[in-house]
Design a protein around this ligand. Structure first.
Ligand SMILES: Nc1ncnc2c1ncn2[C@@H]1O[C@H](COS(=O)(=O)NC(=O)[C@@H](N)CO)[C@@H](O)[C@H]1O
Length: 423
């Protein structure tokens, strides 16, 4: 959410953001509503001033004048009270529109319609050349008896998964490695719930807009978040932080639930796109300073790259264009990891800097060095998300006999094994 004063003074920039991000919003309508609300508030203030002035006259008035003055005070009070519902309705309408106003993209963001116009920045790591016919994720998993997609589909329907034996241990090893790695880089580990109150999804910026992606629990005032970004972003909602509490950097592991309503037919096999997965999320609250925010952006991106390099996985970094970055982002890079069976790089991480857009919705403020109350800046990036990352991990590290090479970094979490599976 942007500050209404900023929107009044930068209507052109806001309209440009609306256009390049493809957000269906009429900023002139918003500005009209804002002016009407300002006028209404001024009318109420004038009436209150008149009522106060009138009340001061009563004690000095003669007995003849007094009844009229008292009646006038009552009439004014009545008029002000009658305006209240209109004032509330106006404020509500304006807030609903404000929640949809997109953030201003960073000058470096390429203008584009959708992910086809994202820009590849660089590739890292060497893609494997197999001297045997490589298997895909499902063949590798089922060949080792590490999953049983048919059986779990009977229990949980489509886009579900179950990992068995060393397959299950590999998933947890990856999670533990990422959590230990980030703790080693000073990120406070959190293990958190995905059960959230609906307002936390408005705070994070997922609502309005993403309603159809979120599981809602019938009869409970709770929903299932699709990322730990949601609960962690609201941990300090509405609070006044002190400057010396910032920056806060968390690595939060949680379940993540997504209805994938818009993905019919895509990635229906295996581990790429499932309804429930587990993610280690990097989340930062820092001071309201773009230079510091961009430094944290590089840090979050660097952490994810270091994790992928430790997993010995080839990947590329792409910059998201304006049409593929979502309303709240100032800057967004995706990391896509090589999937041999698709001969494609597939998104495994998403790194975002949101300025104060998310903090304003969440009420995350701190007193800066001038004693002024300002909204903080927030960022997030995937640390690792399983089971999706297992797809490149298994496929890139498969050996001719269907066993899996274990990267050094994971061995401490797998009893020191260098190879997983049976030939
Ligand atoms: N349906 C899904 N199944 C498996 N993994 C998923 C699914 N949806 C997303 N992911 C994983 O979660 C990562 C982050 O998801 S994201 O929506 O792009 N971004 C976020 O959630 C941010 N909070 C950064 O993590 C994705 O890059 C992907 O690796």
């Amino acid at each position: 959410m942007l500050d209404m004063k900023f929107i009044r003074e930068n209507a052109g920039a806001v309209k440009h953001a609306v256009e390049v991000k493809g957000v269906p919003l009429d900023i002139d309508e918003l500005l009209r509503l804002d002016r009407e609300l300002v006028d209404l508030k001024q009318r109420v203030e004038a009436m209150q001033a008149e009522r106060n002035a009138n009340a001061k006259l009563v004690p000095k008035a003669t007995p003849e004048e007094r009844p009229t003055l008292i009646q006038k005070g009552k009439d004014l009070a009545e008029e002000i009270k009658n305006l209240d519902p209109a004032l509330r309705a106006h404020e509500d309408n304006l807030r609903q529109l404000l929640l949809r106003v997109p953030n201003i993209p960073h000058a470096s963001v390429p203008v584009g319609k959708d992910d086809s116009e994202n820009v590849e920045l660089r590739r890292e790591g060497r893609r494997p050349e197999f001297d045997f016919t490589p298997r895909d994720q499902v063949e590798l998993l089922e060949g080792q008896g590490w999953s049983d997609f048919e059986r779990v589909a009977r229990v949980s329907g489509s886009r579900s998964y179950l990992l068995k034996g060393e397959g299950a241990l590999l998933e947890m090893a990856v999670q533990m490695f990422a959590m230990s790695f980030l703790a080693g880089r000073g990120f406070t580990p959190l293990s958190t719930t995905a059960l959230v109150r609906p307002e936390t999804l408005v705070n994070s910026g997922h609502f309005p807009g993403d309603e159809e992606s979120v599981y809602k629990l019938e009869g409970d005032e709770l929903m299932l978040a699709g990322t730990a970004e949601v609960p962690v972003n609201s941990l300090y909602a509405g609070e006044q932080l002190s400057a010396d509490q910032l920056p806060m950097a968390f690595s939060a592991i949680s379940g993540a639930f997504r209805r994938e309503a818009g993905s019919a037919g895509r990635d229906v096999r295996g581990l790429i796109r499932v309804h429930e997965f587990r993610k280690v999320e990097q989340y930062v609250i820092c001071r309201a300073d773009e230079q510091e925010g961009l430094k944290w952006f590089e840090t979050l991106l660097g952490n994810a790259e270091a994790i992928l390099q430790a997993l010995e996985l080839p990947y590329r970094v792409v910059q998201n264009c304006t049409g593929d970055m979502g309303a709240g982002k100032v800057l967004m890079y995706d990391i896509e990891t090589w999937v041999p069976s698709e001969a494609k790089y597939r998104e495994t991480h998403s790194c975002s800097y949101l300025g104060d857009w998310q903090a304003r919705r969440t009420g995350l403020r701190y007193r800066d060095e001038h004693g002024k109350l300002v909204y903080a800046h927030t960022l997030n990036n995937t640390g690792i998300a399983t089971p999706r990352i297992l797809v490149p991990l298994l496929e890139n590290h498969q050996r001719a006999d269907g066993t899996i090479h274990v990267p050094e970094a994971l061995r401490p979490y797998l009893g020191g094994k260098a190879v997983l599976g049976q030939p």
